[in-house]
Write a protein that binds this ligand. Structure first.
Ligand code: ATP
Length: 361
């Protein structure tokens, strides 16, 4: 089988620890992958004068798969900024799945298995901010819903939320295709849209209506529902089994995916894939976790399951399924779990247990 080229970027904090453990597993398991680890982040600033050198960008663009660890507050923000915004990935797929034996705070987490699709390129999250006085000068007649002009607030700052018809349409189609694929494998065939369109009828309202339009006109085979984000957050905790594919805006998706991850067993377990047409990269939902970095105790499950998503993307579906099944087996056995799961295993001990389960399956 032709080996797939993979670029692995550890990033910062616990990122390198969980990515190293994941890469070692892929190699020792004999998966048909060739892994490159080009310079990035702090070391690349020293050697190349930039956190994301051009050679690393080119390697990522031409690789079959890209696996990223975690961004911190310094040099690696250039890496994730390039992977997300310059590469134009617009759909972040974040599975929320409970594996028997994982430490969920819910009394009955069994059967939780849904996916959050976070729109990744628009909304509030990219951070278009400025001085309120500049906004008042540019838009003197802009009023809030109570009639106050921007200039009446006094000194302060603003953040601009951007929602476009085209941006929502592509995210909606992506989420609907995902729901259709899941339905073909026995899923509910349902799209749940989450916004706050009751208080932001222009921006969130556009998101809600474009999603409803795409879902009803182009995907009549799928069920479609909408919740306001406060109600949606409550439902993800109270009725997680009713969810199938949840599509939401950038900042809500950032928050709700941490919430979902916790219900399923913890932030350290949650994987993601960020997609655009013809290209994707994969990373755990968790960040750099500076409180546990360098101690060898981080849970690598998020990185391992992100690698499984990457393998699937690289058309190595059998390896992807086998890796996910091996992770599930280690949780079921419950003998080699990391500290966040109530165990004593190190990052590498957990990954070795997954490797053994992979080999024995
Ligand atoms: P960021 O803003 O960079 O996304 P964050 O504020 O969301 O980061 P994280 O770094 O994602 O915070 O993690 C929050 C906490 O969850 C960490 O401080 C750590 O205690 C725990 N945590 C996160 N990932 C893991 C992991 N892989 N294994 C064990 N604990 C983890």
């Amino acid at each position: 089988m032709t080996p797939r080229s993979v670029v692995a970027l550890g990033g910062e904090g616990i990122g390198p620890e969980v990515i190293d453990a994941t890469c070692e597993l892929m190699i020792k398991a004999g998966m048909p992958v060739e892994i490159m680890t080009p310079p990035h982040g702090e070391p690349a600033i020293k050697s190349h004068g930039h956190g994301m050198p051009d050679t690393t960008k080119r390697a990522c663009q031409s690789a079959d798969g890209v696996l990223f660890g975690a961004a911190g507050r310094s040099a690696t923000s250039a890496v994730v900024g390039w992977l997300r915004w310059e590469m134009g990935t617009y759909a972040s797929v974040r599975p929320v799945k409970h594996y028997a034996g994982a430490a969920s705070p819910l009394a009955h987490p069994e059967g939780i298995d849904y996916v959050i699709v976070r729109e990744l390129s628009e909304g509030l999250y990219p951070g278009r901010e400025g001085e309120l006085a500049d906004l008042a000068r540019a838009l003197p007649d802009l009023r809030d819903k109570f009639g106050r002009r921007v200039g009446e607030y006094g000194a302060g700052r603003f953040a601009a939320k951007v929602v476009t018809q085209g941006g929502v349409e592509r995210a909606a189609r992506f989420a609907c295709e995902l729901a259709r694929g899941r339905k073909a494998r026995g899923g509910q065939g349902k799209l749940t849209c989450i916004t706050k369109s009751n208080v932001m009828p222009q921006s969130d309202g556009l998101f809600q209506h474009v999603v409803a339009d795409v879902a009803s006109r182009e995907y009549p085979d799928l069920a479609h529902e909408h919740f306001y984000v406060d109600d949606g957050a409550r439902r993800l905790i109270r009725f997680p089994r009713q969810m199938d594919v949840v599509l939401t805006m950038n900042l809500y998706g950032d928050i709700l995916s941490d919430l979902g991850a916790e219900t399923a067993g913890g932030l350290g377990m949650a994987p993601s894939g960020c997609y655009r047409e013809g290209w994707a990269y994969f990373e755990s939902v968790h960040g750099s976790a500076p409180d546990i970095a360098g101690r060898g105790i981080a849970n690598p499950t998020g990185a391992l399951l992100s690698a499984a998503m990457m393998l699937d993307h690289m058309k190595l579906a059998a390896e992807a399924e086998r890796l996910e099944a091996a992770v599930a087996r280690v949780y079921r056995d419950g003998k080699t779990l990391t500290a966040d799961q109530g165990g004593k295993a190190s990052t590498t001990a957990f990954a070795h247990a997954v490797l053994e389960a992979y080999r024995n399956s």
